[in-house]
Design a protein around this ligand. Structure first.
Ligand code: NAP
Length: 281
């Protein structure tokens, strides 16, 4: 086994990626091993430099380093550049490091897996952190008609929307509003898609918004990998639902393809991630 690829983040021990990526390497009979590289902020430069060595394939990058890693790389794909964050590093044959952001396309593929096309749709996104950035970019570049970004304080939402708008040719209707704004109810009444991109519900408790704001004509997505109280309430209220596992699998499949040039065995990767999640809970 060669520890040629891994996950750079802090913390990393919760990750389903080793199970998923190692299933893909085994599927193709490759000797690579995907490992967890717990990396405090002070060690990020050193960790990334190790990827330049012969025999390394690259890495995934997670919280809190997706933005900080960008200046340490030699080249970026246009999506990572526009989002300002990279979650995948590929070591090129000459040792240079190329960054990309597979969260954006992973999210778009996860939506299409449940038959949802964002084009012309009205969307509400809760949270304005790193995951929301990829989601908002993916939705607006898929030509969503309108997008409301809901946060505790409006400044990060306004910054995210203005960064994203700068990358668009179209002019969608955009709104930043706080959770406690009474307009939120009407905005959700008119929406087709509602996404939780906050960590609320990660520990199995709490919901980002009141259950009675959810209506049966919504697709409700939670980026958290398991059924949260928010998703359970949505299902009870007759909405279609999707948890974050498919986005995780799809972004991982795209990373695998970037490292190896081989087709990702998506079904085997999904099954391995589901099994690892079951063993964890
Ligand atoms: P992040 O960068 O820390 O951002 C979290 C966002 O949630 C911020 O806007 C934060 O707002 C908000 N928030 C935090 N606690 C809140 C609360 N109690 N009430 C309301 N808003 C709150 O985290 P992230 O990387 O975006 O991750 C967000 C979630 O997505 C996590 O659960 C993560 O596991 C999940 N995720 C899933 C995938 C996938 O592939 N499925 C990929 C990435 C992330 P403040 O600025 O007010 O704190």
């Amino acid at each position: 086994m060669i520890d040629s690829v891994g996950l750079i983040g802090d913390p990393v021990d919760h990750s389903l990626s080793p199970a998923m990526q190692n299933a893909a390497f085994r599927h193709h009979g490759l000797p690579d091993s995907y490992v967890l590289w717990h990396t405090p902020e002070a060690e990020l430069g050193q960790r990334v430099a190790i990827l330049r060595a012969e025999g390394m394939r690259g890495a995934n990058v997670t919280i809190p380093h997706k933005t900080a890693v960008v200046p340490l790389l030699d080249a970026l794909d246009p999506v990572a550049e526009a989002v300002g964050a990279a979650n995948t590093i590929v070591r090129l044959p000459d040792g240079r490091l190329h960054g990309s952001n597979t969260d954006v396309q992973g999210f778009q593929r996860a939506l299409s897996a449940v038959g949802f096309d964002p084009t012309g749709k009205r969307v509400v996104v809760l949270g304005a952190g790193g995951a929301a950035r990829a989601v908002v970019y993916g939705l607006l570049h898929a030509e969503a008609q309108s997008l409301a970004l809901v946060t505790r304080s409006v400044e990060p939402a306004e910054a995210l929307l203005s960064d994203c708008l700068a990358t668009l040719d179209s002019d969608p209707s955009l709104l930043a509003l706080p959770f406690d704004n009474p307009e939120l109810r009407q905005v959700i009444v008119e929406a087709d898609l509602l996404i939780n991109a906050t960590p609320v519900g990660l520990d199995g408790t709490g919901s980002p918004i009141a259950d009675d704001l959810i209506h049966p004509h919504l697709l409700v997505v939670d980026l958290i990998y398991h059924a949260t109280p928010f998703l359970r309430a949505a299902a009870q209220r007759g909405a279609a639902t999707q948890d974050g596992l498919e986005m995780l699998v799809q972004q991982g499949a795209l990373s695998f393809e970037a490292w190896t040039g081989l087709a990702a065995p998506v079904d085997a990767m999904r099954a391995a991630a589901q099994q690892a999640l079951k063993e964890r809970t």
